[in-house]
Design a protein around this ligand. Structure first.
Ligand SMILES: *Cc1c(COP(=O)(O)O)cnc(C)c1O
Length: 393
């Protein structure tokens, strides 16, 4: 359904993008077929030639996936969305669509560990130049620019330390250099932060996280202007990093409750973070909604709320190393799931130094501030008192 009135975001979550078939279903249908029939050869030729819109083959487009794309595009305020098989393939499709060998990318050092591997290892082998800089220091971004710089790539807030960058400032620096600012908006979702409104050009999503919201399946998305998304879509339909129709349907259901879920995740995370700050066994808490957060003022402007991710450092007891202290607290939990995933309705707890960030060197970890006693909690939707009781200091 194309909505010709300006509805509130919560309403768009439920109503934007939805199409109904001749059967009048109220919840979106799942089209699990691979190909689509044509009335005759002329129609087939017109579809392939691009003179008649319509589906051809589900590697290219699929009605359920299209509904997901249109709904997410409406929520992010983007002209176009390209859905992908995972968050990582969204990043891959973005780079493959927009960059050539020899092009240069400036990326935040504080991005998802696999994103560091993709840029710094795999894409580098194919001739992409990458410079990693500090998320929060705009002068490093400025200094890293070369005549070949094509993309700036950030996550804000970052994982796991929830550092926040000024999207408007980085967009300004990127645009002056004729580069595009890409924001991985996985931690916030459009319910909390709208990067395109702040000047970013492209948004990446791992739909696997809060867009699903219940840890069921993998998916991703790239969003931006029609012009920028055309080559991204061109890569996708050729390389086949397509979202499955079933997963698109799960994400459509997830998006319907996005706003109430994100509001609840944020409220519970804020309550837990506030409580953690009062615990004698906690050395430091990282949460953008706390007044003690270094970029609290910026986060309050740029985000509706702090989001669901809280990290903290636990103080080792006299006979313990930092890692032992962290592992002891994590291993004593009975309720919170020990898993590296986030964005699930079930709270999850992670030791970044030995899991998500174990593939980077100890020095590099220290450089970005990930110490051995750091613990990350992706706060789910349980009662906060039960989460507090599960942390046995
Ligand atoms: C999980 C994650 C990704 C990768 O997404 P997948 O769906 O697991 O491929 C990318 N960026 C961020 C910030 C993530 O948390």
């Amino acid at each position: 359904m194309s909505l010709n009135k300006t509805y509130h975001p919560e309403t768009l979550s439920l109503r934007a993008g939805t199409e109904t078939t001749e059967f009048g279903e109220n919840s979106e249908a799942i089209f699990l077929n691979s190909s689509f029939k044509f009335k005759n050869s002329a129609q087939a030729a017109a579809r392939f030639g691009g003179t008649e819109p319509g589906n051809i083959y589900s590697r290219f487009t699929n009605p359920t996936v299209t509904m997901f794309q249109n709904k997410l595009a409406a929520l992010e305020g983007a002209e176009q969305c390209v859905a992908t098989s995972s968050g990582m393939s969204a990043i891959l499709a973005c780079v493959m669509g927009l960059c050539n060998a020899g092009d240069h990318v400036v990326a935040s050092r504080s991005v998802f560990g696999t994103t560091v591997q993709l840029f710094g290892n795999i894409l580098k082998r194919w001739g992409l130049e990458v410079t990693f800089v500090s998320l929060t220091n705009p002068s490093e971004w400025q200094a890293a620019i070369t005549p070949k710089t094509k993309l700036f790539f950030v996550e804000t807030p970052s994982n796991p330390l929830t550092e926040v960058c000024d999207i408007k400032v980085l967009a300004g620096i990127a645009h002056e250099a004729n580069a595009y600012l890409v924001v991985d908006n996985c931690f916030c979702t459009p319910a909390i932060q709208k990067p395109l409104d702040l000047g970013a050009d492209i948004i990446i999503h791992s739909a696997t996280k809060y867009i699903d919201g219940q840890g069921r399946c993998l998916g991703g998305a790239v969003l931006g202007s029609k012009t920028l998304m055309e080559p991204v879509y061109g890569f996708l339909r050729t390389a086949g990093v397509t979202m499955s129709a079933f997963n698109a349907w799960v994400f459509l259901k997830g998006l319907e409750t996005l706003h109430i879920r994100m509001e609840a995740h944020s409220r519970k995370a804020f309550e837990l973070a506030t409580w953690l700050e009062t615990q004698p066994q906690v050395a430091r808490v990282y949460y953008p909604g706390l007044a003690s957060h270094p970029q609290y003022a910026l986060a309050s402007q740029q985000q509706v709320s702090g989001g669901g991710i809280v990290s903290f450092e636990v103080k080792p007891k006299s006979n313990q190393t930092k890692q032992e202290a962290a592992w002891e607290l994590i291993d004593a939990t009975e309720l919170i799931s020990i898993t590296a995933n986030l964005g699930d309705a079930k709270s999850t707890i992670t030791h970044p130094a030995t899991t998500t960030h174990s593939r980077i060197t100890a020095e590099a970890r220290l450089e970005v501030g990930i110490s051995d006693n750091l613990i990350r909690i992706a706060v789910g939707l349980e009662h906060v008192d039960d989460l507090k009781a599960d942390l046995r200091f």
